[in-house]
Write a protein that binds this ligand. Structure first.
Ligand code: FAD
Ligand code: NAI
Length: 472
């Protein structure tokens, strides 16, 4: 079959989220002719459009609002602080637009063909694109990368209308501050967006199935984190399974039952309900069955260690495959795959992928937590240092939290670092680099850390592994 040369590529990437667009850019840098297709009107995927970027814009704005209201004891008197939510939303949108336009610019600069439309695999090496501005286009390539990301996991029997009962997308766009926001799920989305609306004045109740918040996070940090959030006025109902949410005319009714199965059902009344119980891989309309791309029991596209799917020439990366659903994980996979396709050796170190919850204080971690080390039977030592003993945290009034370093008992090699505290998300980079270079706790302790900085708490926690912290 003859084809217009404009429609023949070395690589087609489906999905322009952090996985897809970064893969496309790296492949173009390496000399490939690349097309990157997305069915949204703008590139950047979930992350830039309805995820990382708008949520961080609202977290920042609401934190500034909250800090301004509580700045009198620093000698800053501003009178009555007023919220203009419409303007705050416009500020958020400017951030989103600036970032998505930046991706379009980068694709142009690197010669990546950006195509707006819904792609469907028709056979190995070929896709049909239903273009957003009408018509279809058939493209072919030696290699196709599936980077179609994830979507909100539904709560069975609950219809998300993005008005009264919302997903994260609706909760990033409320037109007014809810009086009472009930959040189903004490995971990352629930706590980040719960913090936003709590700071802006909502009563926030978080209902969680498990008897703890943030599953996967080191249990000691999670417990302290919950205590801090509670102090900020967020209410928690743990060990409760939400069994139904019903939208009424001016409110919503949430039905809960003890997760243990024993005990009475109760109900909560809310004016908005956020369902945040996880995300699932997004493969709708992609034509996986037509070409025989296999999925696992969770609907994720199956891949081998080199991102190859069950069909030769088709690869997958990001949220649509196994692993943490994080933008930086998707990006690193995109780069590694592009380099492999160019014949280079590349890999992603899944043992060193940081996680950050962007609340105030932030919670950040990298490597293994205590529960995981115990389960693996690894003998470890713990070094901890509280921010109450850090000079900079004291003057900044950000003394909540602590740093915890877990090091191998025999070799002192750092196995995990967990930080609850202001700027934890920035500080965790030091720990990730240390772990990439197989550093010991002593290596961190002997590295000069600037004074006065919050990072001195990392150094002190490293010293504490040897029981010789100086300021405690
Ligand atoms: P996505 O970003 O989901 O992109 C996939 C793209 O594929 C989409 O744009 C979609 O339109 C497109 N697509 C799908 N099917 C087709 C098709 N058939 N044809 C054409 N295009 C198609 N992660 C972090 O690391 N840090 C954060 O702070 C953070 N905050 C988040 C906040 C929220 C509220 C949410 C929901 C998520 C957040 N995440 C965060 C997670 C992060 O957004 C994802 O891990 C990341 O976007 C995954 O990247 P991806 O490229 O795999 O997929
Ligand atoms: P999550 O997996 O983090 O948390 C979901 C929570 O809901 C869990 O604690 C679970 O036990 C609970 N749950 C499940 N069913 C329930 C029920 N019926 N009743 C009550 N509780 C129930 O999922 P979340 O928060 O939706 O986030 C999805 C993903 O998005 C994250 O895992 C993360 O990968 C990504 N994300 C990352 C961010 C970041 O890096 N800062 C920010 C936001 C999202």
């Amino acid at each position: 079959m003859s084809q217009n040369s404009e429609d023949r590529f070395d690589l087609i990437v489906i999905g322009a989220g952090p996985g897809g667009y970064v893969c496309a850019l790296r492949a173009a840098q390496l000399g490939m002719r690349v097309a990157c297709i997305d069915k949204r009107g703008a590139p950047g995927g979930t992350c830039l459009n309805v995820g990382c970027i708008p949520s961080k814009a609202l977290l920042h704005a609401s934190e500034v609002y909250d800090e301004t209201r509580h700045s009198a004891d620093m000698g800053i008197e501003v009178g009555k602080v007023k919220l203009d939510l419409e303007k705050m939303m416009a500020y958020k949108q400017r951030g989103v637009d600036g970032n998505t336009q930046g991706v379009t610019f980068l694709m142009k600069k690197n010669g990546v063909a950006e195509i707006l439309g819904a792609a469907r695999l028709t056979r190995p090496g070929a896709v049909d694109v239903a273009l957003l501005d009408g018509g279809t286009r058939t493209l072919s390539a030696d290699h196709i990368v599936l980077a179609t990301g994830s979507e909100v996991a539904p709560l069975p029997g609950v219809e998300i209308d993005e008005d009264r009962i919302v997903s994260s997308t609706g909760a990033l766009d409320f037109a007014s501050v809810p009086k009472h926001l009930v959040i189903v799920g004490a995971g990352i989305i629930g706590l980040e967006l719960g913090s936003v609306w709590r700071r802006l004045g909502a009563e926030v109740t978080v209902v969680e199935f498990l008897d703890r918040i943030t599953p996967g996070v080191d249990a000691e940090l999670a417990k302290n984190f919950q205590r801090v959030l509670k102090k900020q006025g967020i209410k928690f109902m743990l060990g409760q399974k939400v069994t139904g949410v019903k939208a009424l005319k001016a409110s919503a009714k949430v039905t809960l039952a003890p997760a243990s199965g024993e005990g009475e059902e109760t109900t909560l009344s809310a004016d908005r309900v956020l369902v945040a119980i996880g995300r699932r891989p997004h493969t709708d309309g992609l034509g996986l069955e037509a070409v025989g791309v296999a999925r696992d029991g969770h609907g994720r596209i199956e891949t081998d260690g080199h991102f190859k799917t069950s069909v030769a020439g088709i690869y997958a990366i990001g949220d649509v495959i196994t692993g943490p659903m994080l933008a930086h994980k998707a990006e690193d996979e995109g780069v590694a795959l592009a380099e492999m396709l160019a014949g280079q050796a590349a890999h992603v170190n899944y043992d060193v992928i940081p996680g950050v919850i962007y609340t105030a204080p932030e919670l950040a971690w990298v490597g293994r937590n205590e529960e995981e080390l115990k389960e693996a039977g690894i003998d470890y030592r713990v070094g901890k240092f509280p921010f109450t003993a850090n000079g900079r945290a004291k003057v900044n009034n950000t003394t909540d939290g602590f740093v915890k370093i877990l090091a191998d008992a025999a070799t002192d090699r750092v196995l995990g670092v967990h930080i609850l505290g202001a700027h934890a998300g920035d500080m965790i980079a030091e720990a990730a680099i240390a772990m990439e270079f197989s550093a010991s706790a002593e290596d961190i302790a002997r590295t000069c850390h600037a004074h006065p900085t919050l990072t001195e708490a990392v150094k002190e926690a490293a010293l504490a592994v040897e029981d010789r912290a100086l300021h405690m």
